[in-house]
Each structure stands twice: as C-alpha cells, then as structure tokens.
Design a protein around this ligand. Structure first.
Ligand code: NAD
Length: 547
C-alpha cells in the first residue's frame, strides 16, 4: 500500500482534526500527516521535509485569498496542491485551479472517500503532467546502456535510436468498483522499445508506482534480455498504476479487460505479446487473452504467454524464471568452485520468482536461511523448510506469522552473511547505502533492476560474482517464447522437453557472457548488456533505414 506524506495547512482546529481523522481511516493508501495552522510556518516546514501533496486552506491568519495559493505554489515546485475551500469560497478555489492547483474540495461537504481519491488523483496527475519519463529506473536503464555503448564503441546513430522506446501509449481508463456507483480512473501504459527483431514481448505490471519511465526501463531491459537469449523478439512492457492487492477479483477482472481493450491496437500474436509481471498472474493473462479473442471473433491463445495450461499455456512456464535462475546459479557455482551442498542462500521476495528460486535451491541441497515478502523477513540459521513456507503463504497470503524462524526486516535480510543472495522482489533494493554491508559471494538477480549503478561498482570491487537481471531472470521470457512457439504450431511439448531446452538456452547465454567478460575484462552485467546490444545493433544495420 502506497504511503502519502501530506502537509495540511488549515487554521480551523475542527477541520484539521476532521481531515486527519478521515485520512487515518483510509484503506486506499496510508497517510502520514503534518498539520499547520499558518502559511509562514508551513512554508518553513516544506523546506525541511518532503511531501507528496499539500492540502491548503486559502484563508489563513497570515495570508488570504489567491495570494495564499500563489505563495504556496512558488515553494511547492512539482508537489500537487489541493485547495480546501469554504462553501462561500468556491469561486476563489476555482481560480486557484486555473492557476495550477490540482483540485479543490469544499470543507464540510467532503466525504472521506472523496478526499482520499482527490489526493491520489492529484499525485498521479501531477506526475503525469510534470515528468512521466522522470524515473530513477529509467535513468538506471539508460546509464547502464550508455556505459555498455561506450565500452563497445557503439555507432552514435544507433545509440541515440535505442536510448528511448520506439512506441509508447499512455491511457487513462475507468473501471467500476464493487460499490456500483464508484468508478475509478487510473493510468495505464504499453511501451515497445525496439520493433526491429520481430514481435515485441514483455510483461504487464500492476503496482502503484508504475509510470511511463519505469515501463520504458523495463521495456529496454526486455530488448537486451531477448537479444542476449537469442529470442526473436524486441522488448516491451506495460502496466497500470494501481495496487492490485486492494481490489476484489471481480474488480481486477473489469480493470484488466478495460486495459486490454485500451491497448488492443498495440498487441497481437505477431505484434506484441504480453506476459505476467509483478502483481499479475495466469488469471490476468487468461482475461487478456479472452478479451482480445472476443474482439477479433476467434480464439487467439498466442496473444499472451504465462496463461493457464488449459488455455494453451506451457508446462513449466509458472516456475520458469526461478528454475532458470537456479540453473545459472548451479553453473556459476561450478565456475567459481563453490560446492552448493555447503552453501547458504537468502531470497528477497516470495512471489513467483522468489518462492520458486528458493524451492529449486533447496532441491539442490542449498541451505536457504532467509526469505522475505513485502511484510516481513524470516531468518533461520539452520535452514528454512520451503515446503512449509509455501504452505503458510498459501493459507495466509503472507509470510507474517510464520513460526519456523525469527522475524527480521528486509533491510536486515539483505545484509545477512550468505553465499548466494537472490533479490526477487523490486527494483532499487541494493544501493550505494547498503552495498558495503552486503556479504554474499554471488548475487543472483531474479528481480529487474534490483541493483543501482553505484552499488554495482561497490559489489564488483568487493569481488561479488553477479548474475545480472537480464541474464538471471531470462528463464521467464525464454519459456514464454516456448509457449508462443507451441501455440503457433498447435503442438505441445512435455515438461521434460521444456526444461531441457530452457537449460540449454540459459547455459549457452551464461557461457557467452562469461567468455566475453573474461576476454574483454568486463563485469558480468556489462558483458551481458553488450551481448544483447550488439545483436540488436547488427539487426538494425542489416535492415537499413526506411525510407
Ligand atoms: P510477485 O508479485 O509474484 O512477487 C513479488 C514478491 O515481492 C512478493 O512476495 C511481494 O510480497 C514481495 N515484495 C513486494 N514489495 C516488496 C518490498 N518492498 N520488499 C520486499 N519484498 C517485496 O512478482 P514476481 O513475478 O515474482 O516478480 C518479482 C520480480 O521479478 C520483479 O522485479 C519482476 O519484474 C521480476 N521478473 C518476474 C518474472 C516472472 O516470470 N514473473 C520474469 C522476469 C522478471
């Protein structure tokens, strides 16, 4: 659940209390409120702390009318301002909106739900207006690419061409909540980074932080990943800025179907093929496939991958990312002379990727001593039972309350001494701040973008062996490719066939990457990136420029 920091500037103690009370009960996001009764003290506070939103009464003891708004706006920069207006001041509030306030609310007439929605929308709109591309993740993806481009001496024209995605679609879409009169409007995205290699391919993410920059970063990584694995796809990504855990199944279905119809002109089995990512699963893919099929009038299983097997999904797709990562860990351990039966592992994130990685590591005899999810970490030095953790999560939907180990924070988890650390949750988890305290020998990235550039340098200096994300989590897209091939040929493979082919593709990419790293004295991340970028550059040059 997203946390909003709100600065409330309101001189009436009764209204301040009412607003704080409404925000405290919110189920749509958590609110941390700082309340002030004068503009001068509020402006001072604003320079000391970061806020996501300002709720502003225009009639204060030290400032009145539109001047109040103008003074606040001069300090607020890009932070959205929602004006709190008295019943008789609506004209004034409307003037503030004309001058750039995101919304206004009439005090005494505002329901808690309206207040919370107004804040959520104000934050989203301000972001959309000011900088959809402004995202630390997109900067990371671009920095990594530019570093690789420089080291490989990439042609200038191609470098510019690849720095931004080729096609981006931003949509706003409504969907009905279970409370029939409630309609939510949310932002959705689909980005195709490179169309040169064949259809584009990439997951769909439901998370409150999704924006154009993040989606573009993920699409760019998909391009390099597909090229590194030698799959005939360019990179794409999509998503909706929403917390899916706050939705009922029926709401999730309505949202997914509407999103699909909004992006339907972009997707298709020969154009762009979505797959699951953070916050989406087989069921979401089934709804996308059904919505698409209803529109074209016949069943098109190959429009998405990561579907249920009964709809043409591939055996082995669900666990492919975790399985592929563990194939690589085994290969890397052999390369480094590590005996896996004597190794310990820590896994951050216990969703699709993390739980499967933990399960396959346990099968290889690795002692998994720590796991975590968004709510908690669990640590047991003598080793956790993954079967019993999975059992707990299937009953409770979280690791919270698991008795077979000691509770720790995600921060502590990442810094545990271990041989293999697997980040399999979110981006930006290993940063310049915690990298000096990371104590693993091997970092096996299941998540996309878990390590910042600064952290990367620290870990490389410490001699940590890194399986970078575009290689580490490529098992997912590889079996997605197998699924697409099976669907287009109407011919299903056995699980053994899927896993054997996955193993072959993963190990081949690992060997090419280590070879390049050794030959050109590069770190593994840069070597993997160059492997991918070079293939795309070759394809672009071979196709030439139209017209
Ligand atoms: P998921 O939704 O199934 O699981 C995510 C897990 O991370 C959950 O256990 C969640 O509780 C946990 N989490 C969320 N926020 C956290 C936080 N702040 N701290 C700690 N844990 C947190 O998602 P997934 O499909 O397993 O994806 C995880 C990562 O792997 C993402 O970065 C995704 O892009 C990447 N990835 C997934 C696939 C795939 O096939 N699913 C393929 C390639 C890459």
């Amino acid at each position: 659940m997203k946390t909003y920091r709100a600065l409330v500037i309101e001189d009436s103690a009764t209204h301040r209390k009412m607003i704080e009370g409404m925000l405290a009960k919110s189920e749509d996001g958590k609110f941390e409120v700082v309340a002030m009764d004068r503009l001068d003290t509020a402006l001072e506070q604003f320079t000391k702390e970061r806020f996501d939103v300002v709720l502003l009464d225009l009639m204060l003891p030290d400032s009145e009318g539109i001047k109040t708004f103008e003074r606040m706006r001069a300090h607020a920069g890009r932070t959205p301002i929602v004006v709190l207006s008295g019943v008789g001041d609506v004209q004034l509030a409307a003037k503030a909106v004309e001058e750039g306030a995101q919304a206004f609310l009439v005090k005494g007439e505002t329901e808690p739900r309206q207040l919370i929605r107004a804040i959520r929308y104000a934050v989203q709109r301000a972001h959309a207006e000011h900088g959809e591309w402004e995202s630390p993740m997109f900067h990371l993806a671009q920095q990594q690419f530019l570093k690789a481009a420089h080291l490989m001496g990439l042609d200038d024209n191609i470098r510019e061409r690849l720095l931004f995605p080729q096609r981006s679609l931003v949509v706003t879409l409504p969907f009905r909540r279970d409370e029939y009169s409630d309609v939510e409007t949310v932002f959705g995205y689909r980005v195709q980074h490179v169309l040169t290699m064949g259809p584009t391919k990439g997951g769909i993410r439901y998370h409150e932080d999704v924006n154009l920059g993040e989606t573009s970063a993920l699409a760019m990584w998909m391009t390099w990943k597909c090229a590194l694995m030698r799959l005939p796809f360019g990179g794409a990504k999509g998503g909706i800025a929403i917390d899916p855990t706050a939705l009922s199944r029926a709401e999730l279905q309505r949202l997914t179907r509407r999103y699909t119809s909004e992006i339907i002109t972009m997707i298709g089995p020969d154009k762009d093929i979505p797959a699951p990512d953070l916050g989406t699963d087989e069921q979401v893919m089934a709804w996308i496939m059904d919505t698409y099929s209803q529109q074209v009038g016949y069943t098109v299983p190959e429009v998405v991958t990561g579907k249920p097997v009964a709809l043409g999904g591939s055996l082995g797709r669900r666990e492919a990312t975790g399985r592929g990562l563990v194939y690589l860990i085994a290969e890397a351990a052999a390369h480094l002379g590590m005996n896996l039966k004597e190794c310990t592992a820590v896994v951050q994130g216990f969703g699709n990727v993390g739980s499967n990685a933990a399960k396959f590591l346990e099968e290889l005899g690795v002692r998994v001593i720590g796991v975590s999810d968004v709510n908690t970490g669990i640590y047991n030095e003598s080793g956790l039972s993954i079967t019993s953790l999975l059992d707990h999560v299937s009953k409770h939907r979280t690791l919270l309350g698991y008795k077979g180990g000691q509770e720790i924070t995600n921060k502590e988890l990442l810094e545990l001494p271990c041989d293999i650390l697997v980040p399999a949750a979110l981006q930006n988890q290993i940063t310049g701040e915690n990298a000096p305290n990371i104590k693993c020998r091997m970092l096996a990235e299941g998540a996309n973008g878990p390590t910042t550039l600064e952290a990367d340098e620290i870990l490389n200096e410490k001699g940590v062996f890194i399986l970078p994300d575009i290689l580490g989590n490529a098992g997912g897209v590889t079996v997605s490719y197998f699924e697409w091939v099976q669907d287009t040929q109407n011919y299903n493979w056995t699980l053994e066939e899927v896993n054997n082919r996955l193993h072959k593709v993963m190990i081949d990419a690992f060997r090419r990457t280590t070879l390049r790293a050794q030959r050109d004295k590069l770190d593994m991340r840069t070597a993997a990136l160059i492997e991918g970028v070079q293939r795309v550059a070759e394809a672009k040059l071979a196709r030439g420029l139209f017209p």
